[in-house]
Write a protein that binds this ligand. Structure first.
Ligand code: UT7
Length: 331
């Protein structure tokens, strides 16, 4: 009998309406459109405005769109995995909120926190549930409301990130498509360079933690950059090499959108030209776990059954990895 693989059979996405441009950021912090564009490739990002709007708002919209497009009955969903570091609350899981809101009444659901690599961790976990033969329909969501944890007085972080969410549906197939291979990595020493200090069990929220602005993203950008540029490129090359993927037969590189210079370095390491690199960093910035599913959402119409996609990410933890996906359908 042929091996059961997990095929991506649908995608959905959502970005909020509010566009925060580099020009507007010039009025908030000491920066310029020119600096942001040349150092990161970002021109604008989306921000979720309004009271009581958690990340689940975006995820619910993305999942509803995907369910409608694929004509999937939500009651048939077995599992929802939500990769996010900005859940609506510490608990319950944002995935539980999403499952109920979309009518996935028979699903179990949980969150997964692996920062910018979260979607790759979620995708491979979801694929394993499908490959086990026990589950038939799994939704993997990646999304973050980064604006909730950004310090808009810190020009080194607030210019990079934006809000958004995307999702995929995984279903079993015995065809030679789907999640084919992956390498995932983590290294806890990354804590020193990229973290949010307070609000967890080590340093719960107090007036003092608020006064010290410890509920915001802290990043030593240039250190993270050095780790990211080396590791994202290296792991992508390893997955490519062991699957005989070359610049000729890779259809698309699907890289986490943190910095255009990191994306370019990864493409160059695997020998891929810019026309085969999915990119939306200029419009959305870094949406953390949202970047890769939002790319799939943006490029869905260009994808053909049998296309070889090399997904790659690097982020807080540190966490990083690369996943080889063979696309399963024509739009
Ligand atoms: O997705 C999760 C993982 N995160 C990443 O992968 C991010 C990796 N890091 C980066 O993308 C880059 O390091 C940044 C975009 C964050 C920063 O770019 P950089 O080229 O590494 O700049 P830098 O931090 O080395 O700073 C260079 C200069 C500094 O000024 P001095 O000390 O040379 O006078 C900064 O103060 O640029 C200054 N600077 C800015 N200037 C204008 C930093 N941020 C800004 C800004 N506008 N927004």
């Amino acid at each position: 009998m042929n091996k059961i693989r997990a095929a991506i059979t649908g995608v959905g996405g959502y970005v909020p309406d509010y566009v925060l441009t580099n020009k507007e950021l010039e009025t908030i912090v000491d920066t310029t459109d020119e600096w942001i564009t040349t150092r990161t490739g970002i021109k604008e990002r989306r921000i979720l405005k309004g009271e009581n709007q958690g990340v689940s708002v975006m995820a619910i919209a993305a999942v509803k769109e995907m369910l409608a497009k694929t004509k999937t009955n939500p009651a048939e969903i077995d599992l929802i995995i939500f990769a996010t570091i900005t859940p609506d609350m510490t608990f319950p899981a944002a995935a539980n909120i999403v499952a109920t809101a979309v009518g996935a009444v028979n699903a179990f659901s949980y969150d997964m926190g692996a920062a910018c690599s979260g979607f790759l961790y979620g995708l491979t976990t979801g694929a394993s549930f499908i490959e086990s033969g026990r589950y038939k329909k799994v939704i993997v969501i990646g999304g973050d409301k980064m604006s909730a944890i950004l310090d808009y007085t810190d020009r080194t972080t607030c210019i990079i990130f934006g809000d958004g969410a995307g999702c995929v549906l995984l279903e079993p197939t015995t065809e030679d498509v789907g999640v084919m291979d992956y390498i995932l990595k983590s290294d806890g020493t990354g804590e020193n360079f990229l973290h949010m200090k307070a609000g967890g069990s080590r340093l719960p929220a107090t007036h003092d933690t608020v006064d010290k602005r410890q509920h915001y993203v802290y990043q030593e950008g240039s250190s993270v950059y050095k780790f990211a540029v080396t590791n994202m490129a290296e792991v992508s090359a390893q997955v490519a090499e062991r699957n005989h993927l070359t610049k000729e037969n890779i259809s698309w590189l699907v890289p986490h959108q943190a910095n255009k210079r990191i994306i370019d370095a990864t493409a160059s390491r695997v020998g891929i030209t810019e026309d085969k690199v999915m990119m939306n960093i200029e419009r959305y910035g870094n949406t953390t776990a949202g970047t890769i599913p939002l790319l799939l959402w943006d490029y869905e119409k260009k994808l053909k059954k049998g296309d070889n996609l090399l997904l790659a990410a690097f982020g807080g933890g540190f966490t990083w990895g690369s996943v080889y996906v063979k696309w399963a359908y024509n739009s």
